[in-house]
Design a binder for this molecule. Sequence first.
Ligand code: FUB
Length: 390
Amino acid sequence: MPEKDWKRINMSRPLIRIALPVILLSATGCFSQDAKSTAEMKSKDTSSVTKITTASDTLLVQSKPLISSIYTADPSAHVFDGKIYIYPSHDIESGIAETDNGDHFNMKDYHILSMDEIGGSVKDHGVALDVSSIPWAGKQLWAPDAAYKNGKYYLYFPVKDKEGVFRIGVATSNKPQGPFKPQPKPMEGSYSIDPAVFTDDDGISYMYFGGIWGGQLQKWERGKFNPGGSKTDLMQDDKPALTAKIAKLKDNMLEFAEAPRDVVILDEDGNVIKGGDHDKRFFEAAWLHKYQDKYYFSYSTGDTHKIVYATGTSPYGPFTYQGVVLKPVLGWTNHHSIVEFKGKWYLFYHDCELSKGQTHLRNVKVTELHYDKDGRIIPMDANVQNIANQ
Ligand code: FUB
């Protein structure tokens, strides 16, 4: 990569507005000290490297892992008390062989991270919830999310119950970083994985959830868990794809206020996206954010490894497919969150840079996210291998 192709942009310098395709982007770097205790990691280099290209409308971004003392993934970021809190999965080496079912993702606890500023130091608050403290849980603490209401913080998490069925649990705390105390049972009527809670401007909260393949959504097609159901999806390429679920939450944030319904995703022609459309259909990692009064539903396409998005005028959808947010990263999974902080928008995501590509050992990252004048998200390529090959 010729050095002249890259520009170093200091995070504190104002970004110059240039017509698309123009690219700018940020990176945040932190280095850890101690994996076990609460530890504060100081950023050694908060400069960012950005490629400006006129050949495509994709931003090439290069970010550093936010923390390297532990492996982290599936970052759900929120702004609480003027700080960024990140609720990630805590990846570990489980010694379990890789399967399509995701058995190798055998995580046992959650650590919550916080930052006062993007690019500043990252604090690991230590164990916030351990699988052994959840009375109904079996194994595999997968991608969590968090919410705040009426002075309390809620941590939502998917974990297999003792029968091996994924359910969604909720735990509460008076502090955003926990520790969290789990409810004695999973949320009534919950199933599958990857809860994401969005609270609208009117204070009503909704949970989006679901994931196919190892996330088991396909095994609930008839409203009841079918252990003999397909291992992947519905195996019906010409029929509407399985999709995420949405349910309004009760004001107590502990229960669904209604039966979960489908998050309908339409293509550009207004047709429901089909099961065979692997580039666009929902796989896992639902996220909802609101930008300029529009609802943006983003998700991972799983076996095509992209984060894509669709927009609508209601939190229930329907949502119309718009395009790619993030191209495939290093590693099999792709999982993100999108959050506004101090007037800028950020994409939190993960890849496997620290483990040099080991799928189940990931690290979370952040980069700035940009919209064009029509509110379209400018797609990003953060694949460390693609960048190295430039
Ligand atoms: O971290 C385990 C699983 O991998 C998550 O629940 C999925 O979204 C994928 O990132």
